[in-house]
Design a binder for this molecule. Structure first.
Ligand code: AMP
Ligand code: GLY
Length: 423
């Protein structure tokens, strides 16, 4: 099979690394990819939102499956673009339809979906500048901290958690009336603050049946002890100790099943990954968000734990055999530690020379933001390299990831030395 993966991060390197191992993989392309994906496939210089160029490339190379990494092209309707095109409609595209992608593209849509299908979530209301005063009243009815979410995509920055009522009112106004996050915040979801440990559950579905992939926990803040600014994710572990079999069965019963059935009832086509962000509130899992893709860096621990042939599983999604396929998981724990550029998630330098990768023997090196310039590997993003390791438990796996992190050098390298500290 000829496969095209869209995206350029650690997630896409992990997908490419896994798919390249499949006996059914013939030619593998990654658009635009990074220096890591170029080691397991062929990079193509195409933007993930340039559907016409993707079409041309897909047809010219006889691509039979497109795996979409990031949310943007999904929210922009790449699934529908393929379905509506006679030449593309028989090509398997792994990802939801534009309607399905609204689970991530609109927080209000996601909340309405959860309420409609009785899926546990924080209580909420949505506001625009037309009912700003009601928004203030709703804030008053809640206890601090206050959670304000821009309805649309805001590059991971659209969620504000504020301790003070006056500040919450000021921010609400800035979001709906003064376009703090542009169009994305013309509607704002205000919701009850949920206190508990976070957990990410990943589901792969063909729209009918589903498989629950390994769970993971991501460490989002830049600073140790979960302090400082939010990032895309500084490290991840899998499995999550408190999410034992009984807990995951509860998540399946109360959240996964109603989600997949809800999509079906609502007539929404969904053939891809669902990333369910949960908070465990005193043993009760509640959904804080849906993403319509895999997480990054969660993919760097989830995918390596899958023993089954991923491409074979994905093939089943379109040929009607998905429910018959096995999903075998490695019992070992996996951890990943992200090396980032100095200054990230704010401004940072690019183009720093990277060395030492060849000395890493105990971890898988997933590239997140790298590129090769005249045979020299250089940084090209805020998140640079994810180091994934296995161990009989999380501590042992982490020890390997940290040891590998010391072996790689680039100017301004930073990583959190406390991934897994809270477990
Ligand atoms: P998101 O950008 O949707 O991933 O949200 C960013 C972070 O905000 C989440 O990872 C949670 O840590 C936090 N968060 C979102 N909603 C809530 C909530 N209702 N209660 C507590 N924390 C929340
Ligand atoms: N690591 C969080 C995300 O991918 O959204």
């Amino acid at each position: 099979m000829n496969v095209l993966i869209l995206g350029s991060g650690g997630r896409e390197h992990a997908f490419a690394w896994k798919i390249a191992k499949s006996s059914s993989c013939n030619n593998l392309f990654i658009a635009p990819g990074n220096a890591g994906t170029a080691e397991v496939g062929n990079n193509v210089e195409i933007d993930v939102n340039d559907f016409e160029s993707i079409k041309k490339f897909t047809l010219s190379k006889g691509i039979e499956m497109v795996v979409v990494g990031p949310e943007d092209p999904l929210v922009n309707g790449i699934y529908d673009f393929f379905q509506e095109d006679e030449e593309l409609q028989n090509i398997s595209l792994i990802g939801p339809s534009k309607d399905g992608a609204r689970l991530e593209g609109s927080k209000e849509f996601a909340k309405e979906f959860m309420i409609r299908h009785a899926i546990p979530t924080a209580k909420y209301q949505a506001f625009t500048k037309k009912n700003l005063e009601e928004g203030y009243e709703f804030l008053k009815s809640l206890d601090a901290p206050y959670v304000l979410k821009a309805d649309g995509l805001a590059a991971g920055k659209g969620v504000l958690i504020l301790d003070n009522l006056q500040e919450a009112k000021t921010e609400l106004k800035a979001m709906v009336a003064d376009a703090k996050f542009g169009n994305a915040s013309s509607t704002v979801v205000i919701e009850e603050f949920l206190s508990g440990i976070e957990l990410s559950v990943f589901v792969l579905t063909d729209g009918d049946s589903y498989k629950i992939l390994p769970s993971a926990k991501d460490y989002k803040r830049i600073g140790e002890g979960d302090t400082g600014l939010n990032t895309g994710g500084m490290g991840a572990i899998s499995p999550v100790p408190f999410a034992d079999r009984f807990y995951i069965e509860k998540v399946e019963r109360e959240i996964v099943k109603p989600t997949v059935e809800g999509l079906k009832k609502d007539g929404i086509t969904y053939k891809g990954f669902i990333f369910i962000g949960l908070i465990n509130v005193k043993g009760q899992p509640k959904v804080i968000e849906y993403n319509v893709r895999m997480g990054d860096p969660e993919t760097e621990v989830v995918i390596p734990r899958i023993k089954s042939d991923l491409l074979n599983l994905l093939k089943g999604i379109d040929d009607g055999t998905f429910s018959e396929k096995d999903l075998n998981i490695n019992d070992q724990a996996a951890t990943t530690v992200m090396l980032v550029s100095k200054g990230y998630p704010q401004s940072y330098e690019k183009g720093e020379a990277i060395s030492g990768i060849e000395d890493v023997t105990e971890s898988i090196v997933f590239h997140a933001g790298t590129k090769n310039e005249n045979e020299q590997l250089r940084t090209s993003g805020g998140r640079v390299i994810a180091l994934t390791s296995f161990g009989e438990n999380i501590e042992k796996a982490l020890a390997k990831s940290f040891a590998s992190a010391e072996k790689i050098s680039f100017r301004g390298k930073y990583y959190r030395k406390d991934i897994g500290f809270d477990l």
